[in-house]
Design a protein around this ligand. Structure first.
Ligand SMILES: Nc1ncnc2c1ncn2[C@@H]1O[C@H](COP(=O)(O)OP(=O)(O)OP(=O)(O)O)[C@@H](O)[C@H]1O
Ligand SMILES: [Mg+2]
Length: 254
């Protein structure tokens, strides 16, 4: 199983300039294969920067990062962003296939399987402009899973959606994850969302240090309506009370 290992990672933007700013500071953690780990923290604490470093889009300043793949070959990564980033002139299916290395029938069948899992099998020939925001985001999620990545990176994928749509997509994500058992690193500023989805929550504090590393030991599937989920959500929120600016969704305070 893929394992992500990060040791003493630091990131400073603008090294050697007057504007140098340290965004990540001495970050160390390991993500075991098949687990769902969330990175939580207030805006600007370096969550997206960390994800970009893991994906290789951004260089780190010091420390080590390694990812072992399931196959023994180069590790494959999938990325789901805040916005779905679909190409508007391509159909749903052609957006699904755009990120694939090959266009074989087996790959198409896999793309269809994941589209089906997000309930969009019937929309394969639609164009993004014919889909709601939530449907577009479901295509983005299906597309990332269909790559069958060793590591799936998700950066606040539900933050642009209304609360009801986001709740539905979280349930759907849990179902797909339970079937695929992919290794996921999921960024969110929402502790409540993190408790619902994760095996473990790594809390970053402003300045980019790890504030707390919390195991979430709850049976799955987890539903917002389950009182044990709500109780743990309230407890984790309470533990992070000292850190301002961590969001509380209306569901959390209800
Ligand atoms: N390319 C860059 N050059 C300089 N500074 C940057 C760059 N990218 C990010 N930063 C700075 O790094 C800090 C962390 O940004 P980052 O986007 O990682 O935060 P975040 O935790 O993802 O925030 P949010 O929750 O708002 O998405 C911010 O102060 C930001 O201004
Ligand atoms: Mg961000």
């Amino acid at each position: 199983m893929a394992v992500l290992t990060i040791k003493n990672l630091a990131k400073t933007f603008g090294v050697g300039t007057a504007k140098a700013s340290r965004v990540l500071d001495d970050i160390s953690f390991e993500v075991r294969g098949g687990t769902f780990v969330s990175i939580v923290g207030p805006s600007g604490c370096g969550k997206s920067t960390l994800l970009n470093i893991i994906s290789g889009v951004e260089e780190h300043t010091s420390g080590d990062i390694s990812l072992t793949s399931d196959s023994g070959g180069p590790a494959r990564m999938g990325y789901v962003f805040q916005d779905p980033r679909l190409l508007p002139w391509r159909s749903v299916m052609r957006n699904m296939m755009y990120v694939q290395d090959d266009q074989s029938e087996a790959t198409k069948a896999r793309a269809r399987k994941y589209l089906d899992m997000v309930g969009l099998a019937k929309n394969a020939d639609f164009f993004p402009g014919q889909l709601s925001g939530g449907m577009q985001q479901r295509v983005g999620i299906a597309r990332a899973f269909a790559v069958e990545p060793d590591l799936l990176l998700m950066d606040e994928p539900f933050s642009h959606l209304d609360a009801i749509t986001a709740r539905g997509l979280r349930a759907q994500l849990q179902d797909i994850w339970a079937q695929s058992k992919k290794t996921v690193v999921f960024v969110t500023h929402d502790v409540v969302e993190a408790v619902e989805l994760s095996d473990r929550i790594i809390v970053l504090q402003p300045g980019g240090k790890i504030y707390e590393d919390i195991s979430i030991d709850l049976p799955r599937p987890r539903r917002q309506t389950d009182p044990t989920v709500a109780t743990l959500q309230a407890e984790v929120l309470g533990r992070l009370e000292a850190m301002k600016a961590i969001s509380r969704t209306p569901e959390a305070v209800a």
